[in-house]
Design a protein. Structure first.
Length: 373
């Protein structure tokens, strides 16, 4: 899975010059400077806002004033978020100071009065953590990346991409069960993506839980019915389990969107072969060979298909065209892989059915040479 850096939208909300009229006199300078920054994007206004807000904390009562602390968190988080190069020469301790302040405000019983401001500060901090985390991701340091993504999650727990980042980091660290939980939660949400479905399914397959992997793919295909990759993934599970009945249900759609794919045609041929639907199997083996004439397996399997059909009509085996076709395709398979014992043994059976003693002896000698018997 590839992760793409997604930053939460951050807006200077409510901080326009007219809004300052509604603020206490002491906070007007702070709000006005935030408004000027919003308009002109000049960091000097954030510096002025910080100077103004800091000047308001002179007594113990000021340190307990909720509104002043709220605006301090807004100003500080704005500086941290927008001044990424630290042109304002702020102390390295500013980030921890701001995070501690936001954490403290979050549990204040009256914080409900300032939902927009708190959401803004949290988003700024989350974005900073995300940006720092991606530095580690780019350096393949997923231990530190995971910790930072989890720190960001604390501030924006409903931001879905954070869960994807955490899941991805856990995959890279081998924490597959933790990753699976996050991906499953994403799939159960109302805005999932096919990449989440694929990732979750792959994780469950890797830990041997194909039942859950299959359930996830089925759910994903209900949400994304036209997605080709999910269809192929589900088909592969059925094929690997040799559940040909279930696989056959998917084959019409699978073949329709993969008309020129030799591998898909071969899987379909093998499926119909195992279901004794020989006409369909024959047609698809021939299509596979047409698409990839150098492949051994479809040639060999087509020879076996004719050999099986020849055995069904043993009463006329020497004249049965299926037996002759079996010889034809098994010989071709033998040309592709001359020392393949299974092919030689199949060819041996075909010659036994036709009664060709010279060829039987030749094949017997070849088998003895290869097996040292």
């Amino acid at each position: 899975m590839q992760v793409r850096k997604v930053i939460l939208a951050v807006l200077i909300v409510l901080f326009t010059t007219p809004a300052a009229i509604c603020q206490p006199e002491a906070l007007k300078s702070v709000v006005n400077n935030l408004a000027f920054y919003k308009q002109k994007k000049d960091l000097k206004y954030l510096a002025s806002a910080k100077k103004s807000i800091d000047s308001l904390f002179t007594t113990h009562a000021d340190s307990l004033n909720l509104e002043k602390n709220i605006y301090r968190s807004v100003v500080y988080s704005s500086i941290l978020y927008f001044d990424t190069l630290n042109k304002l020469n702020q102390s390295a301790a500013l980030f921890k100071q701001t995070a501690d302040l936001v954490d403290k405000l979050s549990v204040d019983r009256n914080i409900y009065r300032f939902p927009v401001e708190m959401d803004y500060s949290r988003r700024c901090l989350a974005n900073i953590y995300i940006s720092k985390a991606f530095v580690y991701v780019n350096n393949s340091d997923f231990i530190n990346a995971l910790q930072l993504f989890q720190n960001a999650e604390k501030y924006v727990p409903l931001f879905k991409p954070i869960h994807a980042y955490i899941a991805y980091s856990n995959v890279k660290l081998g924490n597959l069960h933790a990753a699976a939980k996050y991906y499953t939660d994403l799939i159960n949400g109302d805005s999932t993506k096919t990449e989440y479905v694929e990732a979750a399914s792959n994780i469950y397959k890797s830990i041997g839980d194909t039942i859950t992997a299959l359930d996830i793919l089925k759910k994903g295909r209900k949400i994304f019915p036209n997605d080709r990759s999910l269809l192929i993934d589900e088909a592969n599970i059925y094929n690997n389990k040799k559940d040909y009945r279930s696989l056959s249900v998917l084959l019409p759609a699978l073949l329709d969107i993969n008309t020129y794919n030799a591998d898909i045609a071969f899987v379909a041929a093998n499926c119909y072969d195992n279901l004794n639907q020989y006409d369909k199997a024959e047609s698809l083996y021939l299509r596979t060979i047409e698409l990839n004439s150098s492949a051994y397996d479809p040639v060999f399997d087509l020879g076996l298909l004719y050999l099986k059909q020849g055995k069904i009509k043993q009463e006329n085996a020497d004249n049965d065209p299926n037996t002759e076709r079996a010889v034809q395709w098994l010989k071709k398979a033998n040309e592709i892989s001359p020392n393949n014992i299974n092919c030689l043994k199949a060819l041996q059976l075909a010659y036994i059915q036709t009664g060709n003693k010279n060829q039987i002896n030749r094949i017997n000698n070849q088998i003895k040479q290869l097996t040292n018997q």
